[in-house]
Ligand binder design. Structure first.
Ligand SMILES: Cc1cc2nc3c(=O)[nH]c(=O)nc-3n(C[C@H](O)[C@H](O)[C@H](O)COP(=O)(O)OP(=O)(O)OC[C@H]3O[C@@H](n4cnc5c(N)ncnc54)[C@H](O)[C@@H]3O)c2cc1C
Length: 224
């Protein structure tokens, strides 16, 4: 296992009914690229063997680390334990890893908590304004209540923030699964980078549809 660093939970707060934002101390010298993940471990006897991957969602040069984590309540896993940790709890963090990084203006396709690597990237892009107005987001959730950082994403991307809710029909949101027809309707240029992150079924369906629509497999950016 790569080197681990101790971090301390400073605070947590709900950002949706089942997603919390966590703020931790940042180890001296620790850095990451927006979009990279780390392994987090709760530093308690019963949990030290249960590392799980999560993605820092804040700016690389912030003095703290932020994570945005969805909990699974149906069993006693790491995310359920994380959501119940008090401030002051100690965790271990690995060195960063991963293949998702910004490769220029393109289309971000996210399902549920799959938005997390893109939050770090879109925040960094909005701040630098280097590619302001050139990125698009298509983000799928079950209902509006499940959408992480909805107002912030709409603010960054304006009309290029397309939100779809698959379990409810609500004004202001698309109400269907993202598939080949959906992509063909919403996207005019398939030569740009496509950033894809979501559950396994989402990944398979979307990478397949993008290739059928003419996207270059070299331009598909996802966690491998
Ligand atoms: C590179 C990477 C980065 C990631 N970044 C983030 C992030 O920033 N934020 C985020 O929220 N997620 C992120 N994830 C996903 C996150 O790692 C998982 O949600 C987490 O590992 C789940 O841990 P767990 O111990 O709670 O659940 P696990 O025990 O690992 O279970 C995961 C899934 O299996 C089901 N499951 C397993 N066992 C049972 C059981 N006994 N009964 C019922 N259901 C069960 C759960 O419902 C859940 O769907 C990332 C994943 C990767 C690969």
């Amino acid at each position: 296992m790569s080197e681990q660093h101790k971090i301390t939970l400073l605070m947590s707060e709900f950002v949706t009914h089942d997603v919390k934002r966590f703020v931790f101390s940042k180890p001296p010298g620790f850095t990451f690229e927006p979009g990279q993940g780390v392994e987090l471990t709760i530093n308690q006897p019963d949990w030290r063997d249960e590392s799980r991957p999560f993605t820092p969602t804040n700016f690389v040069d912030d003095k703290v680390l932020e994570f945005t984590i969805k909990r699974y309540v149906d069993h006693d896993g790491v995310t359920k334990k994380l959501h119940g940790l008090p401030a002051g709890s100690e965790l271990l963090i690995s060195e960063p890893f991963g293949t998702i990084n910004y490769q220029g203006p393109g289309v971000f396709l996210a399902g549920g908590a799959g938005i997390t690597p893109f939050i770090a990237i879109l925040r960094a892009q909005y701040r630098s304004s280097a590619d302001g107005g050139k990125n698009h987001l298509i983000f799928s959730n079950k209902t509006p209540a499940d959408i992480i950082y909805e107002k912030e994403l709409r603010h960054y991307l304006g009309k290029d923030c397309i939100l779809t809710c698959t379990d409810e029909t609500v004004a202001g949101y698309e109400s269907r699964l993202i598939d080949k027809d959906f992509l063909g309707e919403k996207i005019s240029d398939f030569s740009v980078p496509f950033y894809v992150c979501g559950p396994p079924g989402f990944m398979d369906a979307l990478t397949g549809a993008l290739k059928e629509l003419g996207a270059d497999p070299q331009n598909l950016v996802f966690e491998q």
